[in-house]
Ligand binder design. Structure first.
Ligand code: PLP
Ligand code: TYF
Length: 396
């Protein structure tokens, strides 16, 4: 029965890490995967996480099952973070939140939920988008289309095209939007442009699904999350997936959440009952540890302050790396303009490097990037940047 099964394609990004791991060059550099590394090239264990774990260890608890929707304190803390403390949506109990297995798990629960209640809808993702968006919604049974987003000529967002595509979508279509720090391009739209997007979605009767995997990596926690409040205030259905993989450096603990906004508290209660059904038939209930750590860190003032400072530290270091990258390339490759890298936000940069140049970086310099030219700026540091710049200058 299994003999006719084909080999499945590799994940294009995680496949780079496999190739990187197999490279024996000690000077190899991985700019492929979206992971934040500190200036020593290490994935940080945040002090707020360590302290939260110490507090948890003081009173070791048995590992019972969590409720299907996850830890109540965690879900409440996520709502405050995502919608903003004191949000009317929270006070009116119009939002429901379920703890999820990372941002990916949140997207999958959302996709399965929508497949049940909006089965014939078309799904639209940005062109380009995180590779897994298409795969997740297709595997949930949807047909996935793209809307115009990145304009290689201006190295920014083709906002005219994006808005025109939004206006042309059929009523009831599901629109996946990156709330901040667009992956893979690093190009975000402005607050005023978000207003136009929200108006178009409302007028077209579309279902917005915000994916927020990088809250705090753009301008700040509240600033990056503000778009969620704007959508919520506009009314209408809304789904938000969020992840703490990057913002708490808790990748392997798989901590995320899905929030859904309904028209009333009564509707929200029905939504929650159906989300629980989706969770139950996928994995029954989420894991305990990561949710406890994040809930404690978000709700204990001392730990919260520590987290906000540590997240700001990551954000600032990435910005510094963008500036250094641009400055050094200006010296080494004066014929090429990389100013746009300063304007991009979040962990990624669409660098403009071609597939051939990326290949040469890999084969001749053991420097790994995504074929599309995406590099993870958060993988650059004061020790590896000169080697990266020299190599890029050579392949340009
Ligand atoms: N959405 C986007 C845009 C991402 O870049 C990621 C990255 O991993 C995710 C979702 C998934 O988050 P997680 O790693 O928590 O599953
Ligand atoms: O885009 C990235 O690099 C991150 C990490 O299947 C990632 O979002 C990449 C691919 C994948 C899961 C996570």
């Amino acid at each position: 029965i299994f003999s006719a099964i084909d080999m499945a394609p590799r994940d294009p990004i995680l496949g780079i890490t496999e190739a990187f791991n197999a490279d024996t060059n000690p000077a190899k550099i991985n700019l492929g995967v979206g992971v934040y590394y500190d200036d020593n090239g290490k994935v940080p264990l945040l002090a707020c996480v360590r302290k939260a774990e110490e507090l948890l260890m003081e009173q070791p608890a048995p590992r019972t099952y969590l409720p299907i929707e996850g830890l109540a304190a965690y879900d409440a803390a996520v709502q405050e973070l995502v919608f903003g403390a004191g949000s009317a949506i929270i006070q009116d109990k119009r939002a429901v939140t379920v703890q999820a297995i990372g941002g990916t798990g949140a997207l999958k629960i959302g996709a399965d939920f929508l497949q049940r209640f909006a089965p014939g809808s078309d799904v639209y993702i940005s062109d380009p988008s995180w590779e897994n968006h298409r795969a997740l919604f297709e595997s949930a049974g949807f047909t996935v289309h793209t809307y115009r987003y990145y304009d290689a000529a201006t190295r920014g967002v083709d906002f005219t095209g994006m808005l025109a595509d939004l206006k042309a979508m059929p009523k009831g279509a599901i629109v996946l939007l990156h709330a901040c720090c667009h992956n893979p391009t690093g190009a975000d739209i402005t607050p005023a442009q978000w207003d136009d997007v929200i108006a178009a979605i409302g007028a077209g009767g579309l279902i917005p699904f915000l994916d927020m995997a990088y809250q705090g990596f753009g301008t700040g926690i509240a600033e990056d999350g503000a778009v969620v409040g704007k959508f919520a205030a506009a009314g209408g259905p809304l789904l938000i997936s969020n992840s703490f993989s990057k913002s708490f450096s808790l990748y392997g603990e798989r901590v995320g959440a899905l929030s859904v906004v309904g028209a009333s508290a009564e509707e929200a209660a029905r939504l929650l009952s159906q989300l629980k059904r989706v969770v139950r038939t996928n994995y029954s209930n989420p894991p305990v540890h990561g949710g406890k750590v994040v809930a404690l860190a978000l709700t204990t003032p001392e730990l919260r302050k520590l987290w906000e400072d540590e997240l700001a530290g990551m954000r600032v270091r990435i910005k510094e790396m963008r500036n250094t990258f641009v400055q050094k390339l200006k010296e080494k490759a004066p014929a090429h303009d990389f100013e746009f890298v300063r304007e991009q936000v979040g962990m990624f940069s669409y660098s403009g490097l071609t597939k051939q140049q990326v290949e040469r970086l890999r084969l001749e310099h053991s420097i790994y990037a995504v074929d599309t030219g995406r590099i993870c700026v958060a993988a650059l540091n004061s020790k590896n940047i000169d080697r990266v710049i020299d190599a890029i200058a050579k392949v340009l």
